[in-house]
Write a protein of this length. Structure first.
Length: 261
């Protein structure tokens, strides 16, 4: 048993939670992948289904009427599974390159992991990226001091988020139960829904993630009142998605969990 409240395991998302402040890499890759097929994808639309497995994210985008209409106009047929495959063929290398360039740890991430381990907790991770997309991210994160005990990637469970199966896989392979002793930390609504579906204590991240979508420099440059307004809106969305607690970044996690003890 850990000495940090009632928890034994923390499962972190990656982009927007532990690396890539603002969750920028997936947006750049998605916009480029769709552009190669004649579809102009705007950033708010690209962010709508963030957190899902990338193939599910692409399916969700192609199911949106505006995107489906643009695809049909550009390609001469309504999008189906062949369209999903075509986009994914472009997205895989684009995503790998973008993720590698945006693999800087969010400030406080490595210290948070060290504090969790010092308190006796295990540290796992899950992602909507495929394992191929994650390889350069893993290497970069390790060089910065973050190497989780376990990783589940997109495609390694029968379903991705918002199903709880990635959490179940991590818990089974790390020998952690019951699920009430698990914390899931995520910046996207799909990841929050995943944590809730698993029965884990679920923590949303408001400042560094998909909801705000700003780089660290852009976030820091915000007028304090505007920053507070935007953070409150993101926190409200994460809470509505089922978050038990919302913090600004992972740097705030350990104090927040200790306050629950």
């Amino acid at each position: 048993m850990s000495d940090l409240g009632s928890f034994d395991l923390v499962i972190f998302d990656w982009a927007g939670t532990m690396v890539d402040f603002g969750c920028r890499a997936p947006i750049a890759a998605l916009v480029e992948a769709f552009a190669r097929h004649g579809v102009a994808l705007d950033e708010p639309t690209a962010r709508e289904d963030m957190g899902k497995a990338k193939v599910d994210h692409v399916r969700a985008l192609l199911a949106r009427p505006a995107v489906a209409g643009a695809w049909t106009s550009a390609n001469g047929a309504a999008p189906g599974e062949a369209a999903v495959t075509a986009v994914m063929d472009d997205l895989e290398p684009l995503m790998r390159d973008a993720a590698a360039q945006a693999a800087e740890l969010i400030p406080g991430a490595a210290d948070t992991v060290a504090a969790l381990r010092a308190a006796g907790l295990k540290v796992a991770s899950s992602t909507g990226y495929t394992r191929a997309m994650m390889q350069p991210v893993l290497a970069s994160a390790a060089s910065q001091g973050y190497a989780p005990d376990h990783l589940v990637c997109s495609g390694e469970t029968p379903e991705g988020r918002p199903s709880p199966l990635m959490i179940y896989k991590a818990c089974a392979e790390l020998g952690v139960w019951p699920l009430t002793r698990v914390v899931k930390v995520d910046d996207a609504e799909a990841g929050i829904a995943e944590g809730r579906a698993a029965g884990a204590f679920t923590v949303g991240v408001s400042a560094s993630g998909n909801g705000l979508g700003l780089s660290l420099a852009e976030f820091t440059a915000l007028d304090p009142d505007e920053r507070a307004r935007r953070l409150a809106a993101v926190a409200a969305s994460l809470t509505a998605a089922g978050a038990d607690l919302v913090i600004e970044t992972v740097a705030d996690l350990v104090p927040a969990l200790r306050a629950l003890a």
